[in-house]
Design a protein. Structure first.
Length: 306
């Protein structure tokens, strides 16, 4: 007999992890704490190893617990979908989808995408998390991620959604103290604010393009951060110049709060992509979300560059 034959034990384990404690999970499942503790002990006994590390302050997954959690979530999701299909004669999508996104892209474009998807599928519920560490989110059991930047890993399938164009910007107040640049090399004398994260490239190297011309700058950013909103605020205050997505600074450029520097030059576009686990069976609602995202992004992002 396999540990995966008992969905009740797997559901108990997944709920404990999701709730953060046995007591919180017991309330959620409407059972007593001793009963839930016994179910966890039974699952660990059948697994032949500890699944959770527990002390007085916090609870964390063991390596075995992490793997079993991923498989348990997939099985529970499939069971939920089958039950939903039997319960409903029509083929309406229902259930929860766990999505993650890079922070600023998620708070704007992806949030609008998800809102449109839910409006089209009212029985679906979406949980959106933010992270610039996408592989960590996949390991935590998320169904899909919509990212700005590149990601290549055999554990995920990646589908291109379009290109995010980027430009060099600075504030009007900064230009009072620095001569407006006439060529890319002039930007080397400016203070820089940059985005960190492996999928965004090396923050200390910036390559700009204009037609067939290229110029690579060696930078020493005065401020490195994982959030584009932090960069935008720093640029607004005149701390330095930065390369940011055009859609992200459009209002600042129109209001005059920011100025586009070297308008004929641009940074390499970021790829926008949707990723999902390569080894995990996708429920119908997740497949529908992936297709919807692909079509939606085609209307708001430029197509892939040839």
């Amino acid at each position: 007999m396999s540990i995966f034959d008992n969905l009740d034990l797997l559901r108990a384990f997944a709920t404990i992890v999701d709730s953060g404690s046995i007591s919180a999970a017991a309330r959620k499942l409407r059972m007593t704490q001793p009963t839930l503790s016994r179910q966890l002990q039974t699952l660990e006994a059948e697994s032949g190893t500890a699944l959770l590390r527990r002390d007085t302050h916090r609870m964390s997954l063991t390596e075995a617990g992490q793997q079993i959690l991923i498989d348990a979530q997939a099985l529970l999701s499939m069971a939920e979908e089958c039950e939903s299909r039997l319960r409903n004669a029509h083929v309406a999508l229902s259930g929860k989808i766990r999505v993650f996104s890079t922070i600023d892209f998620g708070q704007t474009v992806v949030s609008r995408l998800i809102s449109s998807f839910i409006q089209a599928n009212p029985a679906v519920r979406v949980e959106l998390g933010y992270s610039n560490r996408p592989l960590h989110m996949i390991e935590e059991g998320c169904d899909a991620g919509i990212l700005a930047g590149s990601l290549r890993d055999e554990r995920v399938v990646s589908r291109h959604l379009g290109d995010i164009t980027r430009c060099v910007v600075g504030s009007a107040s900064l230009l009072k103290d620095h001569k407006k640049p006439g060529k890319p090399e002039d930007l080397g004398s400016f203070p820089w604010v940059a985005l960190s994260g492996s999928q965004f490239g090396n923050p200390k190297l910036m390559t700009l393009h204009s037609g067939t011309q290229n110029c690579t700058l060696d930078l020493e950013p005065v401020f490195l951060t994982e959030g584009g909103a932090s960069i935008r605020e720093a640029v607004r205050m005149g701390l330095g110049v930065a390369v940011l997505p055009e859609w992200f600074v459009e209002e600042d450029l129109l209001s005059g709060r920011m100025v586009r520097l070297l308008p004929k030059w641009h940074a390499k576009p970021w790829a926008a992509q949707i990723v999902y686990p390569s080894q995990r069976r996708m429920p119908e609602r997740v497949k529908a979300f992936v297709e919807f995202s692909t079509q939606y992004m085609a209307t708001v992002l430029k197509p892939k560059s040839k």
